[in-house]
Design a binder for this molecule. Structure first.
Ligand code: MF3
Ligand code: CO
Length: 249
């Protein structure tokens, strides 16, 4: 079942999203060569709690941290730890918070210093795919229109889209219906209605779309170990342009 939100509920989700955007600002201060990913996680958790919110991922299905930190060939769900960031890497921060029972969820891939031209183009493609997806996320269109926009934009730039993971509805839960795939055909799937709140996420690989999950049960790698990029916004569907609740990311 797809839960439609009232304007009041959307304002609550927006408040959660605002804290999340501020948390990205805080984490960005630490994104430099030499930082340990566990230090970023600790700073994120402290900041979120200082704002009266709760890290949404910590303890979710047993996930052990407040942020997913995914470096280079890690597509998703990298667990913070002893890894030290280095110049030339691309690093995705994926985080969510809960404020008064309402969830927010967003992701962004960052360059650490100078990165290769391919990594830069990959990040640009994943970002562009998300913005194209948001452009078609309006009442009357369908989930397949969003999915197709992501696929067309990423593949049109010579990259591939992940199939095993999807964006999702969001609200009183981190993951609600509908699923929002990164691939699909236009004019298919659930019809978009005003009041739907969606976490649209683009997961774009430089090489093969195939991924594999590490023995820790979380870390998702590209099968060919070429790099991946990931962007995500929480949005509300309206009868016009989508309302980007995580604006400013
Ligand atoms: N943005 C991701 C998602 O929607 C992050 C979830 S990580 C988890 O699946 F730890 F919370 F599972
Ligand atoms: Co998500």
């Amino acid at each position: 079942m797809i839960v439609l939100k009232t304007p009041e509920q959307i304002e609550r989700i927006r408040k959660s999203c605002r804290i999340l955007v501020d948390t990205f600002r805080r984490a960005e201060e630490l994104l430099k060569p030499g930082v340990k990913t566990s230090e970023i996680d600790a700073a994120v958790e402290e900041y979120v709690r200082s704002r009266g919110a709760v890290p949404a991922f910590k303890g979710y299905r047993g996930y052990p941290a407040s942020v997913c930190i995914s470096v280079d060939e890690v597509v998703l769900h990298g667990i913070p730890g002893d890894l030290v960031l280095e110049e030339g890497q691309i690093v995705t921060l994926d985080m969510g918070v809960i404020l008064d029972g309402y969830y927010s969820d967003a992701a962004k891939t960052y360059a650490i210093g100078e990165v290769s031209e391919e990594k830069q183009r990959l990040m640009d493609a994943a970002k562009a795919a998300l913005m194209k997806a948001i452009e078609v996320a309006r009442e009357g269109n369908r989930i397949g229109d969003i999915a197709h926009a992501i696929q067309r934009t990423a593949e049109g730039r010579g990259f591939s889209v992940v199939r095993q993971f999807c964006g999702h509805g969001i609200g009183r839960n981190l993951h609600e219906e509908p699923e929002v795939p990164n691939f699909g055909r236009p004019h298919t799937g659930a019809r978009l209605r005003r009041g739907m709140t969606l976490a649209i996420e683009t997961m774009v690989n430089a090489g093969t779309p195939e991924v594999e999950i590490a023995s820790d049960g979380w870390t998702v790698y590209t099968k060919d170990r070429r790099p991946a990029a990931h962007f995500e916004h929480t949005i509300a569907v309206t009868d016009g342009e989508a309302d980007i609740l995580t604006l400013g990311l």
